[in-house]
Design a protein around this ligand. Structure first.
Ligand SMILES: *Cc1c(COP(=O)(O)O)cnc(C)c1O
Length: 228
């Protein structure tokens, strides 16, 4: 067994344990293996060990890897996305976690529409208000979701957040909880075409706390592939 396969198994065990601790079905949490800066070989190794979803942050890196890897991996885009690069990834990504402005959603709609496909996306919310983080504000999230839902060729599936970095994972809990409550509030609006059943939150240092607060997608890099 390779180191990556071992780490994956460990992370999956921790996901299951966190689910059982809080009474959730482990089948409701999906692991996104964050493979930024990692070579294609690491991704293939993880795929062969059963990992299907990989998260990338940079368009150029993603397209280079997607071209190099023949295995049918499922790509998620989790980084800041510039509108002028959307065309390069159109149709190749099964979920975009980081939609934080209407102009980006318009370009996603245009480019996926050209292919006759639907783009699945999450709206990224900066719940902490840190100026260094991207994401719409908690106050503006509902307005953005409403506007995005008006566009064709898009499906809003939920929200994503990145809390501030803490040494103690417990400190991230209030931010995860706020994202869940925000998603519930938006769900109550019953906006046509908006599902709001996906919460992308939790990374290597805090994914168990995120699961306890309702995460359905955890984005884990270091705990699988090692330090970057
Ligand atoms: C890099 C990254 C991760 C993974 O972080 P780790 O601490 O390595 O698990 C998750 N989400 C986003 C948006 C990232 O950029």
């Amino acid at each position: 067994m390779t180191a990556i396969a071992r780490h994956l198994e460990l992370v999956q065990q921790r996901i299951r344990a966190a689910c059982l601790r809080c009474g959730r079905d482990p089948g409701t949490v999906e692991l996104v293996a964050v493979s930024k800066t990692r070579p294609p070989q690491d991704i293939i190794e993880a795929f062969q060990a059963g990992q299907l979803i990989f998260g990338e942050n940079y368009v150029q890196e993603l397209t280079a890897k997607a071209d190099a890897i023949a295995e049918p991996v499922n790509w998620h885009f989790i980084g800041h996305l510039q509108s002028n690069k959307v065309r390069q990834i159109a149709g190749r990504i099964s979920l975009i976690h980081s939609v934080d402005r209407l102009s980006l959603a318009q370009e996603l709609s245009r480019q996926w529409g050209r292919l006759g496909q639907t783009c699945n996306l999450l709206v990224q919310v900066n719940v902490s208000g840190e100026t260094t983080k991207s994401g719409t504000t908690a106050e503006e999230a509902l307005t953005l979701v409403r506007a995005v839902a008006e566009l064709p060729h898009l499906r809003v599936q939920g929200l994503m957040t990145m809390p501030p970095f803490f040494d103690a994972p417990e400190e991230a809990r209030p931010f995860f909880r706020e994202l869940r409550q925000l998603a519930e509030k938006i769900r109550d609006e019953q906006i046509p075409g908006v599902a709001m059943d996906q919460l992308s939150m939790g990374m290597s240092g805090d994914f168990e706390v995120a699961i306890e607060e309702g995460a359905t997608l955890v984005r884990v890099g270091t705990a699988i592939f090692g330090e970057r």
